[in-house]
Design a binder for this molecule. Structure first.
Ligand code: HPA
Ligand code: MG
Length: 226
């Protein structure tokens, strides 16, 4: 069976599960910036699918936060698009259901990747003082959770400021052999352990301007390697 996007029974926790053998869609089927023509191999998750899944996550979040205002903590840089779209959907749903939650968005910047490899060091390079989280219901918004090391370190840091509650929204979660109990409460897609770019995810700062989530080609990997 070659179903692309297969909903698992645990759909909410694991998200939409993309199988190991999913090659992505041929580039001819979509539009994308011409300058990346040789640099990407396939469209792994089209932008429209990302958007609709994000809307669904906004529903789950509205149900869980109920009457609490949401202190959104966006993890830069990769999380900026997902965060902007998610918050927009939360606002639209609020308007349409008379359950308008106030959302405040703050930003934190982390860096742990060089080329397509995770490095040992996690750097929090923006906003270390998160005392504005005290007593708040916090939603951490991250584009991708892979080893979980970054998220674990961030959660530990956030907890020291004694928020009322902390939930994590991750657009992508990588399926790894020794996957720990998921740290992510709202998962967009569970994907195989491969390097993807686009929708604000980068390879050495390139490809953030691609709307779809795509797989790099060998040419792309070489061209932007540092
Ligand atoms: N792509 C881009 N950035 C990342 C990834 C990825 O697959 N995993 C962790 N950071
Ligand atoms: Mg990066």
């Amino acid at each position: 069976m070659s179903a692309l996007l297969q909903m698992d029974n645990a759909g909410m926790k694991r998200g939409i599960v993309i199988k190991d053998d999913w090659p992505g869609y041929s580039l001819d089927l979509f539009t994308y910036p011409e300058h990346y023509h040789d640099d990407i191999e396939s469209v792994y998750i089209p932008h429209g699918v990302i958007m609709n899944r994000t809307e669904r996550l906004a529903h789950y979040i509205m149900d869980d936060f109920r009457d609490d205002n949401i202190m959104v903590l966006c993890v830069l840089k990769g999380g900026y698009k997902f965060c902007a779209d998610l918050v927009e959907f939360i606002k639209i749903l609020g308007r349409n259901s008379n359950k308008y939650l106030e959302t405040r968005v703050e930003f934190i910047r982390l860096k742990s990747y060089l080329n397509d490899q995770s490095t040992e060091d996690l750097h929090i390079i923006g906003c270390r003082d998160l005392s504005f989280l005290r007593g708040k219901s916090v939603l951490i918004v991250e584009a991708i959770v892979d080893t979980g090391k970054t998220m674990k370190a961030l959660l530990k840091h956030v907890e020291t400021f004694e928020p009322k509650m902390v939930k994590v929204a991750g657009l992508l979660v990588k399926r790894l052999p020794n996957m720990a109990e998921s740290l992510t409460d709202y998962v967009g897609f569970e994907i195989p352990n491969r390097f993807v770019v686009g929708y604000a995810l980068d390879y050495n700062e390139y490809f953030r301007d691609l709307n779809h989530i795509c797989v790099l080609s060998r040419t792309g990997k070489m061209k932007y390697k540092i």
